[in-house]
Ligand binder design. Structure first.
Ligand code: MN
Length: 240
């Protein structure tokens, strides 16, 4: 049983084919979205695809345009357990922009905490400390740090957070170092397709097998055993 906890299904050039492929292979996919107003269309898109779960998202790196949609986010939130992608992106060095990102992210986190059962895929580029601090140690719900690129020390400090590993991370030296700092019981898988590429084309959920392959080598177990371990994590996280 395979899990792709962060895939932009609606952004592929061949959406109907991708949806068919996911359903045929019975991969559990979280369809992450970039802005709240797109959520209803994504719900429609996968209405007949039981393995694809639409998530409600608001991208931090376009906060000036998207901040007004936070009300819309809060309105749709009761419709789904899946949230993402949300978070902080400190590639910008503009203080006002970072402040606005934080205030929106804090509202999102507190609404999710109040609900208590959300599964949240979080973006934390150059903002690992700020994200981990806001999530805290005992967040009520499931927190998944997606494509994590902080430090190994951050990994240890992110108690009770899951990490979703994608095909790009297993190819980079820094990615592998981070993966080895993670508690294997908190590891999940993702593609972040179509943004992550595999062999020069957009990653597809079936490419999760490459990530499982990496774990099987790293953990010294069979492919089936590595797949079962990640699936057990996903089920514990509420994804299955
Ligand atoms: Mn993404």
């Amino acid at each position: 049983m395979l899990f792709d906890t962060h895939c932009h299904v609606n952004l592929y050039p061949d959406v109907p084919r991708l949806i068919r492929e996911i359903e045929e292979q019975a991969i559990e996919v979280s369809l992450v979205t970039t802005e709240p107003e797109l959520f209803p269309d994504c719900v429609q898109l996968v209405a007949h695809a039981p393995h694809i779960h639409p998530a409600l998202g608001l991208l931090p790196h376009e906060i000036h345009r998207l901040a007004p949609q936070v009300e819309c986010f809060l309105e749709f939130l009761p419709q789904t357990r899946f949230v993402g992608e949300v978070g902080l992106d400190y590639v910008t060095e503009d203080d006002a922009e970072r402040r606005l990102q934080r205030s929106v992210f804090e509202r999102i986190l507190s609404a999710c905490a109040e609900a208590g059962d959300k599964i949240i895929s979080i973006h934390s580029r150059r903002a690992a400390d700020a994200v981990i601090e806001r999530v805290g140690r005992n967040f009520p719900g499931t927190v998944i740090l997606h494509w994590f690129s902080g430090s190994p020390k951050n990994v240890t400090s992110a108690e009770n957070c899951y990490f979703s590993v994608n095909p790009a991370m297993i190819k980079s030296r820094s990615g592998k170092k981070l993966i080895r700092a993670m508690d294997p019981a908190f590891i999940l898988t993702e593609t972040d397709g179509p943004f992550v590429e595999v062999a020069g084309r957009p990653a597809r959920p079936s490419d999760i097998r490459q990530v499982i392959n990496f774990f099987s080598r790293d953990w010294g177990c069979s492919h089936a055993e590595a797949e079962a371990r990640v699936a057990a994590n996903a089920i514990r996280a509420g994804l299955g």
